[in-house]
Design a protein around this ligand. Structure first.
Ligand SMILES: Cc1cc2nc3c(=O)[nH]c(=O)nc-3n(C[C@H](O)[C@H](O)[C@H](O)COP(=O)(O)OP(=O)(O)OC[C@H]3O[C@@H](n4cnc5c(N)ncnc54)[C@H](O)[C@@H]3O)c2cc1C
Length: 447
């Protein structure tokens, strides 16, 4: 089974998925009747929504309520428009949940779908949309929802290879996130993040954003599968990008079996766990990250072997010297791992290949740490947002502002240095506060 497929399966079996299914089934009658009631008055809601969306925003700020003669300006209609889109949004979330719920509900689907237009066909406007559902996205959601900004989150549907909840759904114990003295399973932690976002009113769509246009206000977003449509599926005045990153993997024979059972891509996250204590460990890579990870692991390992493909390190002189001089480190040049082996539960050895002679040998090791780079999930934004040489979104130092006013980036997608859950949550908070301030300044009447 592919990594993506196994993650999806894990997620489908997780409490998040069960909760979504339960929520769908529990709310089905109410929601259907709400949708039916909504449909009868939909045109006027849509007219107002369209008017509010299409107003001229060329007067220095983007205040969409500047046309006072518009009948949609009265409070009642504004509220109705808002609740219309909120209803569509939550209906869409429930429908999407339904579509990924167990096939036992399939008998209900045609009937349900026929009661409302597909949500993706309707442009939904929000003050702020969050793309991504890791610690950064959910922290932003909690802050924005508590500030009454009605955030809408696209949590992704195996976007970038991850289940909703992000990278932590692929790990077991998280022991370094404050507030959980006994540690917590990664998936469970992200369930809690999600619950907190929902508790304060975040509307969550289990869908991936497939295309964006950030060149003008309102920002335009297309859900995956709808990218070829002329009209966007969603619009927003502010966008928070929290799409994360993924560690590059080698896909060695045996890797699927021993991923997170000896193989890791994060020494800071996993180095201290008991299976690595006083054991020989290996790090793959020759750059600064590999050097940092290897030195970090010396605190726990009996010895650390650094596997370097070439005959020299790419790391900076300082890091290379630190590594070479460390008594618990051996650098194996011209060496790559080609297979991992174990007892079916835990990694026990690595088959190494000499890149010059092509000879293989087996080395005992209880851990293999990949330090061969990360790929930030920024393909969607190329050509629109300023990215650095490794593809990370550039933000103004000390803030989450990107080069486009109103677009903010948080979490691993803009951080190639720390890449931790708590730092992602921290920048998620910053992005929410930055976005809130920006909206207040540019859309004061909507605030
Ligand atoms: C195996 C493993 C173990 C780890 N253990 C720890 C640990 O113990 N402690 C710790 O602090 N850190 C740990 N980390 C690092 C931590 O998981 C990350 O730093 C953190 O998850 C980054 O959060 P994020 O919010 O930036 O994004 P992510 O967690 O990467 O989440 C991004 C989410 O956005 C979604 N997405 C992407 N593109 C789109 C799109 N176009 N539309 C909609 N959704 C989209 C993705 O599907 C994903 O769900 C670990 C990482 C891994 C891989």
């Amino acid at each position: 089974m592919s990594f993506a497929a196994s993650s999806l399966l894990r997620w489908r079996q997780s409490s998040a998925h069960n909760r979504l299914s339960a929520r769908f089934h529990a709310h089905l009658p109410t929601t259907s009747s709400s949708i039916a009631a909504f449909s009868t008055t939909a045109p006027s809601f849509f007219q107002c929504a369209a008017v509010n969306l299409n107003r001229d925003s060329s007067k220095g700020n983007f205040n969409s309520s500047s046309t006072s003669s518009n009948p949609c300006d009265n409070d009642k209609n504004k509220k109705r428009t808002g609740s219309a889109s909120a209803l569509f949004a939550s209906a869409s979330a429930i429908l999407t949940s339904a579509s990924i719920a167990s096939s036992s509900s399939s008998a209900d689907k045609p009937k349900l779908l026929s009661t409302m237009p597909p949500a993706a066909a309707t442009p939904n406007h929000s003050k702020v949309v969050i793309i991504g559902s890791g610690p950064a996205g959910h922290t932003a959601a909690v802050y924005l929802a508590r500030a009454n900004l009605n955030p809408v989150m696209f949590e992704g549907m195996m976007a970038n290879g991850f289940a909703p909840g992000g990278q932590l759904t692929t790990t077991t114990d998280v022991e370094n996130y404050p507030g959980f003295p006994e540690g917590i399973m990664g998936g469970e932690m992200m369930d809690k993040f999600r619950e907190q976002s929902v508790r304060f009113g975040t509307v969550i769509h289990t869908e991936t954003i497939g295309k964006v246009d950030l060149t003008s206000q309102p920002f335009k977003l297309w859900r995956e599968g709808e990218e070829n449509k002329e009209q966007p599926t969603d619009t927003a005045n502010s966008v928070i990008i929290a799409t994360g990153a993924s560690a590059k993997r080698m896909h060695l024979p045996g890797e699927e079996t021993y991923w997170q059972a000896g193989i890791s891509a994060c020494a800071v996250c996993d180095g201290a766990v008991p299976i690595f204590r006083n054991k020989p460990l290996a790090v793959v890579g020759g750059g600064d990250s590999a050097a940092e990870e290897a030195v970090y692991l010396t605190k726990y390992a009996s010895h650390v072997y650094v596997l370097v493909r070439r005959d020299k390190l790419r790391a900076s002189k300082v890091m290379a010297a630190r590594l070479s001089n460390h008594p618990k480190v051996t650098i194996l040049y011209n060496t790559i791992p080609v297979e991992v082996k174990g007892d079916g539960k835990l990694l026990k050895s690595i088959v190494l290949q000499d890149t010059v002679t092509k000879e293989n040998r087996t080395m005992d090791a209880n851990g293999l740490f990949y330090a061969i780079g990360h790929v930030p999930a920024t393909a969607l934004f190329k050509g629109q947002l300023d990215l650095d040489e490794d593809g990370y979104i550039k933000t103004v130092p000390g803030s989450t502002e990107t080069n486009i006013p109103g677009v903010f980036a948080a979490g691993d997608v803009q951080d190639k240095r720390y890449r931790q859950a708590v730092t992602s949550a921290g920048t998620g908070c910053m992005a929410a506060l930055d976005s809130e301030r920006w909206l207040e300044e540019h859309f004061p009447d909507q605030h």
